[in-house]
Design a protein. Sequence first.
Length: 85
Amino acid sequence: MPRNCGTSFAKLAITRAPGNTPPEIIDKLNKEINAGLADAKMKARFAEAGGYTPWVSSPAELRKFILNDVEKWRKVIRVANISAL
């Protein structure tokens, strides 16, 4: 892999719901999940399970993160001249 790609790797786990889930349900799930992830005991359990640091975010922030990540890896693929078999 080229050295100047600006790449980094991170563990990422996300919670998903069906595309037709009402926004109010998404908001409630996000609020409750974020509250759990912000809890000190939960943070400690994640740390013990492999050094995970929970990322508390909104659906919009996650979307932005994923779109940026896709673009980052698109550039890596292009620079490294990677193609499908």
